[in-house]
Design a protein around this ligand. Structure first.
Ligand SMILES: C[S@@+](CC[C@H](N)C(=O)[O-])C[C@H]1O[C@@H](n2cnc3c(N)ncnc32)[C@H](O)[C@@H]1O
Length: 269
């Protein structure tokens, strides 16, 4: 498949394959998400509250490598899962990783903006960490809508780079920072509200203060003496505990989520 870098994308297949996933060195990835882990706990609670509980709904994840969310939706919701991924080797590894868990799936090798499902539109179209890699996010959101059946849900999760995590990332890793559109929850909602076939369901900032989206500690592990790293990490852990009493906000929260419904009277594409 040809590289999909164009004026509206902030990344390319090379970026994902070589810089981000370093796929040449990849083994079959571990997919198991710990729903009690700080990184996933609030996301899991939010999704359990707002997504349908019927087994066997069909969910499609766009930009799905390594497949952890497909594993998650199959394991915790009983959904049938499929994915779209435009990096060829990542696509194959995701297929293998899910098969190694005996999860039946089809991972489509395609640019999601050009992907046409051979089957019916999906009950839920999900992405995490995808739409913020576009300058103008509208076509990316439209891509989700078109793959969703009327009455189905679009679920979009992005790292929150509009607050502290973005400011830190800008200083420690300019290349990764520049690969993102640093939109706020309000910006994301505005774009969804402009899609005439979507109606807003719910959304907001998600999770208490933590620095995982800026990879701050992975970055500093290589740069700081180990004893100093441990001291700062201890202080960070304490501040995260203290932050449990604070509300989720643009400044501190690591993630943003939005759920919208494709209107019942929409015409499937
Ligand atoms: C930040 S990663 C997120 C991976 C996954 N959603 C997760 O959270 O575990 C973004 C993924 O989207 C893929 N991607 C980016 N643009 C894409 C496109 N236009 N079509 C299909 N996949 C794309 C990348 O190759 C990469 O694997």
């Amino acid at each position: 498949m040809a590289d999909s870098k164009n004026d509206n994308t902030l990344t390319s297949t090379e970026y994902w394959q070589e810089d981000f996933w370093k796929i040449g060195e990849a083994e079959i990835p571990n997919l198991e998400i710990d729903i009690h882990d700080l990184e996933y706990r609030e996301l899991h609670q939010f999704l359990k509250q707002h997504l349908p509980s019927q087994n066997n709904l069909r969910v499609l994840e766009l930009g799905c490598h390594p497949g952890r969310f497909l594993w998650y939706f199959h394991t915790h919701f009983g959904y049938q899962v499929e994915g779209v991924e435009y990096v060829g080797p990542a696509c194959q590894l995701t297929q293998k990783a899910l098969e190694s868990h005996q999860i039946p799936t089809k991972i489509h090798h395609a640019d999601f903006l050009k992907f046409e499902s051979p089957d019916e539109p999906f009950d839920i179209v999900f992405s995490a960490g995808l739409v913020e890699h576009f300058v103008d996010v509208s076509p990316a959101i439209r891509g989700h809508t078109e793959l969703t059946k009327p009455g189905g849900l679009v679920v979009i999760v992005i790292p929150n780079h509009a607050g502290l995590n973005g400011a830190i990332l800008k200083h420690i890793d300019r290349k990764v920072y520049d690969a993102h559109n640093h939109m706020s929850y309000r910006d994301l909602k505005r774009v969804c509200d402009q899609d005439p076939e979507l109606e807003f369901v719910t959304g907001g900032y998600l999770s208490r203060f933590n620095l995982s989206p800026s990879n701050f500690f992975q970055h500093k592990l290589e740069k700081w003496p180990l004893w100093f790293y441990k001291v700062v990490f201890k202080l960070y852990s304490l501040s995260m505990r203290a932050a449990r009493i604070l509300p989720n906000t643009r400044c501190l929260s690591p993630n943003t989520i939005l759920i919208a419904r494709r209107k019942e009277n929409a015409h499937p594409s």
